[in-house]
Design a protein around this ligand. Structure first.
Ligand code: FAD
Length: 108
């Protein structure tokens, strides 16, 4: 089975990179496809307790995917990642900086 930490780092890179290239004005069709992608991703994520906690988090009030534009989606993904950070006792990331980290870029 995949290493949960390595899998996580690669997956967050993919997910935040998707938000970074998401349109500023997505079509309604793309918004629906994006919600489907997140829902299926959360079902197929190959760490069962991670997948199940992620699905449960998305069902809480205010945590449903927000995909109406790039900034909303990027911030939503940052909040999703922060929920895992909190659960694992890691530092929360400042979501005002998601775009600097994942789009306009710094390296760590
Ligand atoms: P990561 O958390 O992988 O972060 C990588 C980089 O992203 C960081 O260096 C930082 O620059 C940036 N970053 C950090 N926080 C944010 C943020 N909020 N927004 C934007 N950028 C940020 N692991 C478990 O042990 N148990 C779990 O239940 C679990 N659930 C997961 C659920 C999902 C959906 C995913 C994708 C991963 C999950 N993981 C889980 C893995 C975990 O989140 C980490 O990826 C892993 O512990 C490695 O952590 P890391 O400290 O290397 O950095």
């Amino acid at each position: 089975p995949p290493d949960v930490e390595e899998l996580g780092r690669s997956s967050w890179t993919l997910l935040h990179s998707i938000t970074a290239t998401y349109p500023v004005q997505p079509t309604p069709q793309l918004q629906n496809e994006t919600k489907s992608f997140i829902s299926i991703f959360a079902k197929l994520y190959p760490c069962w307790h991670c997948a199940s906690d992620f699905q449960a988090w998305m069902k809480e009030d205010g945590n449903a995917p927000r995909v109406s534009n790039r900034d909303e989606f990027g911030r939503w993904m940052c909040e999703a990642h922060n929920a895992v950070n909190v659960k694992l006792g890691k530092k929360e990331f400042d979501c005002g900086k998601w775009e600097e980290r994942w789009r306009t870029g710094w390296k760590d």
